[in-house]
Design a protein around this ligand. Structure first.
Ligand SMILES: [Zn+2]
Length: 258
């Protein structure tokens, strides 16, 4: 691999780790009632303000062996996991799209999806703010596509059809099961990622989201326990944005269509 590719991949991973850390912190403060994160990071147990060395994503947690330096209480593995997730996703985006508007567009989308997932995981709520940011970003990046008219048309039709179909299915399920199956936030999120992915990749995303959703649902199985579907949709959308074209190309090739 050329030196510059390695350099930018490492840089992307570092950016992703910092974003993962920041967005996880934002989600936790959002849950606590703060709309935006303010002030320095603290240990949730003893209030010890974290020094620069304790703020390095992933590495700090590993070197502190998952414990606060001040009170020695365990620090949730959620911190390094969200940081690692951000690093892998951002590095993957750079490796797939290189130095291009696609990389910037997907990093913004991934950031919005990570924040949505972290909040949904805690609260079962998908707030509108990050979805609005992703929507504006989609429109802002349209002119960077050569066939932008086709992308706009396909995206909007996919969003409407997908959102409408899922809304219909969830209303039907609500009637049949007599309880809420999918939240309104899930429908909005599916329409949003449909806008980005277009028709074929969206089909792939739905299948993948159901598989991931089932994997999430198995450990949280219980009489009243609901599981958030947002993280499954978000993860499926990112994977499809990175690998969907390759999978579809391979599948068409099987049938001699490409
Ligand atoms: Zn502490």
């Amino acid at each position: 691999m050329p030196f510059l590719t390695i350099y930018f991949t490492v840089l992307s991973a570092a950016l992703g780790a910092v974003m993962g850390s920041f967005l996880n912190c934002w989600a936790q403060r959002y849950e606590a009632g703060e709309k935006y994160p303010r002030g320095r990071s603290r240990c949730p147990e003893c209030g010890h303000t974290l020094s620069a060395l304790e703020l390095v994503p992933i590495f700090s947690w590993v070197f502190l062996r998952g414990r606060c330096r001040s009170c020695h209480k365990p620090i949730s593995a959620r911190y390094p996991i969200t940081e690692l997730l951000g690093a892998v996703i951002f590095a993957g985006i750079f490796l797939r799209f290189g130095v291009s508007p696609r990389t910037a567009e997907l990093m913004i989308l991934a950031g919005c999806l990570m924040l949505l997932s972290f909040i949904d995981y805690d609260t079962m709520i998908l707030p509108n703010g990050p979805m609005l940011v992703a929507l504006i970003s989609w429109a802002a990046f349209l002119p960077t596509y050569e066939d932008w008219k086709r992308r706009a048309l396909e995206g909007i039709v996919t969003a409407l059809v997908l959102g409408g179909a899922i809304l219909g299915i969830s209303l039907l399920m609500d009637k049949l099961l007599n309880k809420e199956s999918l939240g309104g936030g899930d429908v909005k999120l599916l329409a949003l990622v449909g806008l980005y992915l277009g028709p074929w990749n969206s089909l792939l995303m739905i299948i993948l989201a159901c598989v991931i959703g089932l994997l999430f649902a198995i450990p949280s199985r219980g009489p009243s326990r609901q599981f958030p579907f947002g993280p499954a949709i978000a993860l499926a959308a990112v994977v499809t944005a990175l690998a969907g074209d390759a999978v579809i190309g391979w599948y068409m090739g099987l049938w001699g269509l490409s």
